[in-house]
Design a binder for this molecule. Sequence first.
Ligand SMILES: CCCCCCCCCCCCCCCC(=O)SCCNC(=O)CCNC(=O)[C@H](O)C(C)(C)COP(=O)(O)OP(=O)(O)OC[C@H]1O[C@@H](n2cnc3c(N)ncnc32)[C@H](O)[C@@H]1OP(=O)(O)O
Length: 153
Amino acid sequence: MKGIQDYYPDHFAHCYGCGRLNEHGHQIKTFWEGEGTLTRFVPKEYHTAIPGFVYGGLLASLIDCHGTGSAALALAKAQGIELSETNAPRCVTASLQVKYLKPTPIGGEIVIKGKIKEVGARKVIVEAELFANGVLCVVGEVVSVLVPDNFGL
Ligand SMILES: CCCCCCCCCCCCCCCC(=O)SCCNC(=O)CCNC(=O)[C@H](O)C(C)(C)COP(=O)(O)OP(=O)(O)OC[C@H]1O[C@@H](n2cnc3c(N)ncnc32)[C@H](O)[C@@H]1OP(=O)(O)O
């Protein structure tokens, strides 16, 4: 099954967290699940913070790209865009907030669930909950903005 990231235009598909064309990156995939969004990821042993637990920077990165992916899904839905080939809207992160509630164990699948809190013409706010073995370990909020034509200039 394709994630929203499979529909990004090629020149927007190199992100370390979610770019399908970045062979060194995490290549996460984000989908609708009911009214919410879903991303799954299995950390490797080398993603260690304290032995046995996942590095927090990786968890922030997963929430970041889950947020931009969820934002793209929400914008596509709000704007009536039928996803095909590489026509997905592309967002960048304006703000990322992360709270680590519990250490996140390595050794299983991480599930990130997203809730679309606000959708505007360009800005989307997504709340994220990150679970390991069914236990809520991290929560976050991502403000994403549709990439402006003059991005980085
Ligand atoms: C030919 C090939 C060329 C390719 C070339 C492009 C490549 C594109 C690749 C993308 C790849 C993605 C990668 C994935 C995720 C990352 O990792 S992205 C990397 C980290 N993020 C960044 O580098 C973003 C840096 N920041 C920026 O570029 C600009 O500040 C932004 C975020 C685009 C916003 O600038 P802007 O479009 O001028 O926004 P602006 O109109 O002022 O505000 C729009 C709305 O956002 C809100 N907002 C703006 N900033 C913030 C903020 N920091 N906090 C909260 N709200 C904010 C505003 O209040 C406003 O809200 P509303 O009034 O609509 O309610």
